[in-house]
Every structure is written in C-alpha cells, then in structure tokens.
Design a protein around this ligand. Structure first.
Ligand SMILES: [Zn+2]
Ligand SMILES: [Zn+2]
Length: 243
C-alpha cells in the first residue's frame, strides 16, 4: 500500500504522453511513468544490514559480508549507517540508465521527488546537520550537463530543510566506472580520488551523504573517510537504490 501511495501522489505531468521507460502511450494517468513500469519498482524491505543496507532475512544487525569486513584488520568502515530505499533492478535500473545516458532531467526529478520524500520520512535523519552529494568528476558533469546525485541532494535538502553543501567534496581525478571492477579494485580505484573543500567547517557535524546506487560502498566509504578525517562526527549514507 505504501508503494502505491508514494508513487501515485505526484501529479504534475500532462497527458497523453509516452512512458519514458517503455514508450507506451499513457492516456488516463497523470503519472509520468506507466502502471506496468511502476509495478516493477521494488522497495528494499527491512530489516537491513546497518552498514550496507542490504535486506536481511534474519534480525541480525549486519550481513555476512559486512561482519567479515568488520573483523578484517585492514578494512575500516568510515561511515556509520547506510539506508537504500529501492532495489536496483527492472524499472529502477532502467531509470538510472536513462538518466545517465540520455540526460533526462524530467525523469531525474520524477524519481528524485520520490527519493526526497522517503528521506524526509526517515527517522535516521533526525540529527543531521548537512546534506552533501558524492560528486561527479567536473569534466563528466560538463559533458553531461547535469549530475543526478547533485539534483537528488538539492531536492532532499528542500524537502527535509537540511542545509545543503553541494561542493563539500570534490573529485580530484576521474576514475574508471566502479561497475566494471571487483570489490578490492573498487577501493583502489577511488583511493585519493576525492578532496574536501576547506571553505566549510564540518567539525563535530553529522552529515548525510547522498549517492544514487550503493554496491560495495567503496566510493561512499572513501568520501566518509575524508569527512571523518576533517572532523565530522557521524556519516549517514543514503542512496536511492541498493545494487
Ligand atoms: Zn512504461
Ligand atoms: Zn552488510
């Protein structure tokens, strides 16, 4: 029921129009995407692993992978908690693909609106001071015209009234897409890829770090490391989807 309520509430699209996912003509709905595509958006159901947001079938706090990583001497979790609202498959996978490769701003705002509302209703954000996105390399942003994670962060800030710092973290170098790499390679790939802007004082602050997909957490962990080493107290990672 929650699914339906959340997805049916945005009525700001004129009809008839084509569903951006499957190209079906939508005649009698004011929703931007068709009913069939909407039915293939899946919530990440609780309980979750506290560190990677994966759904757990038992009531333990951590999944097997995170429990193992936690006991590994050379691995450190720099962030405190992860929440991911949707499962990265079917429609959501298609949405993120279209956003990335077709620069669909309307679709970005459509899913960003759902995302922002989920964050607003999440008790995890109660003590957060700032919201900030995992940044895209500036040349990629120039090429693409926009950065969906930055747009999501803006919408989340507006919805939750949490102060946005869009440029707290920046990318010093471009990296190979994480999706092509193994867990170990992912961590190496993002190591020292980011830096923190010295313009902001984040000492003792609680930060909400936004990204689109959580897979192994290598990217958010590297950003969280910098935030913590620059004095941040608590890092909550929130992603649209769990890969
Ligand atoms: Zn559709
Ligand atoms: Zn886990």
């Amino acid at each position: 029921m929650l699914f339906k309520t959340v997805l049916d509430k945005t009525i700001d699209f004129v009809y008839p129009h084509k569903c951006p996912i499957c190209n079906t003509i939508i005649l009698n709905s004011t929703d931007y995407i068709c009913k069939n595509c909407r039915s293939q958006i899946y919530f990440n159901q609780p309980p979750y692993c506290k560190l990677c947001g994966v759904h757990l079938s038992n009531t333990k706090q951590l999944c097997k992978t995170c429990a193992e990583l936690l006991s590994t001497e050379n691995y450190k979790f720099w962030y405190d908690k992860t929440v991911s609202y949707f499962i990265y498959k079917d429609t959501l996978r298609k949405i993120l693909h279209i956003i990335k490769y077709k620069n669909d701003l309307k679709l970005t705002k459509y899913i960003g609106n759902k995302f922002a509302k989920m964050v607003k209703n999440d008790k995890s954000i109660s003590k957060i001071d700032y919201v900030t996105p995992v940044p895209l390399y500036f040349k990629k942003k120039l090429r693409r015209g926009f950065d969906q994670t930055e747009i999501f962060s803006k919408m989340i800030s507006k919805e939750t009234k949490i102060k946005l710092i869009p440029d707290l973290i920046y990318r010093k170098k471009n990296t190979i897409p994480q999706s092509e790499l193994s867990r170990t390679k992912r961590a190496q790939n993002v190591k020292n890829a980011f830096a923190i802007s010295k313009r902001y004082n984040i000492k003792y602050s609680n930060i909400l770090l936004i990204d689109d997909i959580f897979t192994t957490g290598a990217t958010v962990n590297e950003c969280a490391r910098l935030l913590k080493q620059n004095g941040a107290n608590y890092i909550l990672v929130v992603t649209l989807a769990r890969g």
